[in-house]
Design a protein around this ligand. Structure first.
Ligand code: FAD
Length: 387
């Protein structure tokens, strides 16, 4: 049986970055995936992911976001690949919305260059966007997007260059832990290591053996607008725009802010991506339907007509991606409670931008090093029953 310092199950976003980091540190590492990453079955496909540092989800993420940006740039240098492009990022909503307040708190606490805009200023600069007069926006000019498929391919190439073994198209069925080691049973082979990381995205809850619904797979529908070749909507000219808007007026509608976003048009994939970020449905990642339902199409058309009227009328195609949410919306990062040698990670639907720093943090944890950034917020222990 082949023996390693570390085995990583799931070579997507978190797994490929961790595999690269550990291999570069000289460890003997095996990465296994049920598919052949990058692929379209998990959480990392779809051509673009936003990267920002004025983090509306909480100021605790900002040091990680700053470090991640630095590591993205370093990876570009090492690999010769262009992974990150600046395009600006707008957070739009009522002044009292958690998104706008969170953006401002992070930008101000960490002196991140930003502009505060009125709705009229947004409409003037980007006529495709139509926030009502009661909305405001925060603009982080230096924010951008990364290319997820190319990023994962780059992590994996660099991991192999540094000596990691990669096994693809082989599903891990289960693992057992005993006397200082872990045995991993995959479909065709069995492997042993000192420590194990489960970074299986939407499949992590089951593989880690966590209580039902601790890490929740959600079906995310992504819509693509066939916009004409219009330079004003292109990457570099048009900002990522994230909206948090009041609930629909209908009494049957959920009474929470609706969250959706649009990403600029890329050269490699000349379509505009628009999707909802909340109100998502539970799913089983293996059996979920990838067909998009007519009411899902109607709902996105509704917010486009109301808030992005310059994009109305273009034909739409849609596909399906996956989030792995936690009960509080923050990451799950660390040792599985009750295990000595098994670690897990879940990125709660907003983790791609952090991939390099997540790789660094997990490599530290697996090697018994204290990470340089504070990760208390992400501790798996927070979901344990209080004694
Ligand atoms: C539509 C959409 C838009 C997003 N936009 C953004 C954004 O703009 N910015 C941002 O920062 N984040 C964004 N995210 C979130 C981000 O993409 C995810 O948080 C991140 O990709 C999750 O990474 P992961 O490693 O957990 O999962 P994945 O990248 O899916 O990797 C999990 C891997 O585990 C493998 N696996 C599963 N089970 C097994 C098994 N039994 N054996 C072996 N291998 C297994 C899978 O094949 C897969 O390759 C978005 C997500 C979606 C879906």
């Amino acid at each position: 049986m082949a023996t390693y310092d570390f085995i990583i199950v799931g070579m997507g976003t978190a797994g490929s970055a961790t595999c690269m980091t550990l291999a570069r540190r000289g460890f003997k590492v095996l990465g296994i995936d049920r598919y052949r990453p990058p692929h379209e079955m998990g959480s990392h496909h779809g051509a673009s992911r936003s990267v920002r540092r004025a983090y509306l989800e909480g100021t605790s993420y900002v040091p990680m976001a700053l470090r991640s940006w630095e590591l993205w740039r370093r990876l570009e240098k090492d690999s010769g690949q262009k992974l990150l492009v600046k395009t600006g990022n707008l957070t739009i909503g009522p002044p009292e919305s958690p998104a706008v307040l969170g953006f401002m708190a992070s930008a101000q606490s960490y002196a991140i260059a930003h502009e505060s805009l009125t709705a009229a200023e947004v409409r003037k600069r980007w006529p495709q966007l139509d926030p009502p007069d009661t909305f405001v926006a925060g603009l982080e000019k230096e924010a951008g997007i990364v290319f997820p498929e190319l990023s994962i391919a780059t992590f994996l190439t660099e991991a192999e260059k540094a000596g990691a073994d990669l096994v693809v198209d082989q599903q891990v069925e289960r693992w057992t832990e005993s006397h200082g080691s872990v045995t991993v049973h995959a479909a065709r082979d069995t492997y042993e290591a000192g420590r194990l990381l489960i970074s299986a995205g939407a499949w992590t809850n089951g593989l880690l053996g966590l209580p039902d619904r601790q890490l929740m797979p959600k079906r995310v529908v992504v819509h693509w607008l066939e916009v004409p070749n219009n330079s004003r909507l292109r990457l570099g000219c048009f900002p990522v725009n994230f909206w948090q808007v009041p609930p629909e007026k209908s009494p049957a509608a959920p009474q929470t802010f609706r969250e959706f976003y649009a990403l600029p048009v890329l050269e490699s994939s000349p379509r505009m991506k628009v999707a909802f970020h909340n109100g998502l449905v539970d799913c089983d990642p293996t059996t979920l339907t990838r067909e998009v339902l007519s009411h899902e199409l109607e709902t996105i058309k509704g917010v486009i007509a109301e808030f992005l009227p310059g994009l109305k009328g273009y034909s739409i195609t849609s596909d399906v991606c996956l989030y792995t949410l936690t009960p509080d919306g923050h990451f799950y990062l660390g040792k599985r409670s009750g295990s000595d040698h098994v670690f897990g990670v879940a990125l709660a639907g907003h983790g791609f931008k952090f991939a390099p720093v997540i790789g660094e943090i997990l490599a530290d944890l697996l090697a018994d090093i204290s990470p340089a950034v504070d990760i208390e917020l992400f501790s798996p222990n927070r979901f344990e029953p209080k004694k």
